[in-house]
Design a protein around this ligand. Sequence first.
Ligand SMILES: NC(=O)c1ccc[n+]([C@@H]2O[C@H](COP(=O)([O-])OP(=O)(O)OC[C@H]3O[C@@H](n4cnc5c(N)ncnc54)[C@H](OP(=O)(O)O)[C@@H]3O)[C@@H](O)[C@H]2O)c1
Length: 322
Amino acid sequence: MFAVYAESFSPESPLDGLVLGERPDPVAPDGWTTVTVKAASLNHHDVWSLRGVGLKQEQLPMILGCDAAGLDEDGNEVVVHAVISDPTWRGDETLDPQRSLLSERHQGTLADKVVVPRRNVVPKPASLSFAEAACLPTAWLTAYRMLFTRGGLKAGDTVLVQGAGGGVSTACIILARAAGLKVLATSRDEAKRAKALEIGAHEVFESGARLPVKVDAVMETVGRATWSHSIRALRPGGTIVISGTTSGPRLDDAELTRIFFLQLSVVGSTMGTRDELASLVTLLDATGTKPLIDREIALTDAREGFEAMAGGDVFGKIVFTR
Ligand SMILES: NC(=O)c1ccc[n+]([C@@H]2O[C@H](COP(=O)([O-])OP(=O)(O)OC[C@H]3O[C@@H](n4cnc5c(N)ncnc54)[C@H](OP(=O)(O)O)[C@@H]3O)[C@@H](O)[C@H]2O)c1
């Protein structure tokens, strides 16, 4: 089958190890199912894999990709859940110490076919195209869990989303708006601020700008560059939910005094469960909300998408179609 895979690692020049070519058809173990991929989306995770983060040399070649939508063995339209937990694990899959994401231990989704545990497929509603559904399993599921599970936000609350251009951030803006929240967003870039308004932010600000109100929660994926601002944006008792550190994990000032004095909560969040993916799909179906697609590219031209992602020239998701 046709596949997009990592053949070698290069921390400095990650695309050097990217290969588009033939790989053997996967064989589904007992309890697993084969999904024929109709659309798959790209994440920073795939570029990090090419840099050698999270993968070992002996695992190569590894087909990249966490996200997919397609047809199961009975021809049903499905969305793939990317978190693979141990078969013996019960409860929240994201808490399983043995869990992995597709393309970390098991072959990924940027291919004609992918095999996953039967439990890892969720029905795709007709209201979402394959390309739209393929945006959901990583960035959108992460945003859903950050806002509603870990952040505990509900209609009428006010949220600040830092770094408006990223895949998780754009999903946070759109989902928060769909769920009836007041949405504030920051970006360093004027054009991205304008786009953030278009997709649902009520107000946008330059990164680090003083805000007119204190917020109930901040959705943080930028890390070092925005941490202090995030802490200072919170009302007493507010919550910062963090799922990424794009600008780096080390802080000059963790704002510890504010954290205890204002009784703030610092909450980590990673991916989401199969049930949260099903709830996310239902939320989109019920509200008519659509994932934001930056561009759709044929899987056979995947290198173009990787170049755009590595260059940071993206607003929304890059989707590969078959
Ligand atoms: N935990 C999980 O399950 C999970 C899942 C998905 C992603 N992630 C992580 O979440 C993070 C976000 O990923 P992503 O793909 O959505 O977005 P991304 O493209 O990595 O970037 C997010 C935003 O960060 C801002 N940014 C970057 N450097 C900055 C700096 N020096 N100063 C201020 N802002 C800066 C940019 O905002 P502006 O240009 O608009 O200012 C950018 O749009 C990554 O670290 C990723 O690894 C985690």
